[in-house]
Design a binder for this molecule. Structure first.
Ligand code: 48F
Length: 257
């Protein structure tokens, strides 16, 4: 039977429309498909929650693909190895409490398992605002990244979530929007974003986990974003904190939503 091009177009349009409609009102919406966001999405979906993840770029993986300075190996410590084990990702012991893993295997392995667990990933979409009601974050305002890049004057659309997770990395884009536009006081010492500190891998890893939590009603942070918001050093190409923080926020939300 000949392939009908119009049938191919209809198949894509119909299934994408259904997928998007089905995930316009969810338990959790995650912004950013780096390691922290993807791991968070995996554990939430595995627990039966309806979770959508919005990623600005064509591919998920954030800063994980490039390892350290484009050498595509990452490092995790003993505690975080358990998360990679959960995804079936192979690690090699380098020296005590220092495991390496292939960055490409990490991104593809986490992505595959997360999507199979039920996480719905919407790539090429950027979150440009939040929906807030009575000082609580209730959803996200989305537009195509292509619209953002071309600076086109096109209005966005809105989705609803019981809880939002900012996993946008160093930029902490969602929290920044909340701070700038909503008048909501953040649950930080100053009520404002505390900012990320210079490199200190050991303290940065501990701080990421400590700082991964709710920052205001309806919004949590994980990954590098947590240190940008609550204050903590950066840590470079050690990714244990990212994986553990995604898992921590998921575990908290599983009880809450
Ligand atoms: O930057 P990213 O990988 O964040 P992460 O999960 O991991 C941080 C590490 O990669 C590394 C590090 C480890 O020691 O320091 O930097 O905390 O992933 C963040 C993702 O969010 C997307 C962005 O494209 C990236 O893939 N993103 C950022 N802003 C938006 C967004 C937005 N407004 N809408 C949608 N996606």
């Amino acid at each position: 039977m000949r392939i009908d091009e119009i049938k191919v177009s209809k198949a894509i349009l119909t299934t994408f429309q259904k997928k998007f409609l089905d995930f316009l009102d969810v338990d959790a919406a995650i912004v950013g498909g780096g390691p922290a966001g993807m791991v968070c999405g995996y554990y939430l979906a595995k627990a039966g929650k309806r979770v959508a993840l919005f990623e600005r770029k064509l591919s998920v993986g954030g800063g994980m693909w490039g390892g350290g300075m484009m050498f595509n190996e990452i490092v995790v410590q003993h505690q975080a190895k358990a998360v990679l084990d959960e995804f079936g990702i192979r690690t090699e012991l380098f020296e005590e409490n220092c495991y390496t893993a292939d960055a490409v295997e990490c991104v593809s392995g986490i992505c595959f398992k997360a999507v199979q667990a039920g996480l719905k990933v919407f790539n090429l979409m950027s979150v440009e605002d939040v929906m807030a009601r009575n000082k609580k974050i209730r959803g996200l305002v989305l537009n195509w990244t292509a619209v953002e890049m071309a600076n086109l004057h096109v209005d966005p659309m809105t989705m609803r979530a019981k809880h939002v997770v900012d996993a946008t990395g160093h930029a902490a884009e969602v929290v920044r929007i909340v701070e700038r536009k909503s008048g909501i006081r953040l649950k930080t010492k100053t009520g404002k974003m505390m900012g990320e500190g210079s490199m200190c891998a050991h303290e940065g890893e501990l701080a990421t986990l400590r700082n991964s939590k709710e920052v205001c009603d309806g919004l949590s942070v994980c990954g590098m974003c947590a240190n940008a918001v609550f204050g903590g050093p950066r840590m470079g190409p050690i990714f244990g904190g990212m994986l553990l923080s995604g898992r921590k926020v998921a575990q908290e939300l599983i009880k809450k939503i």
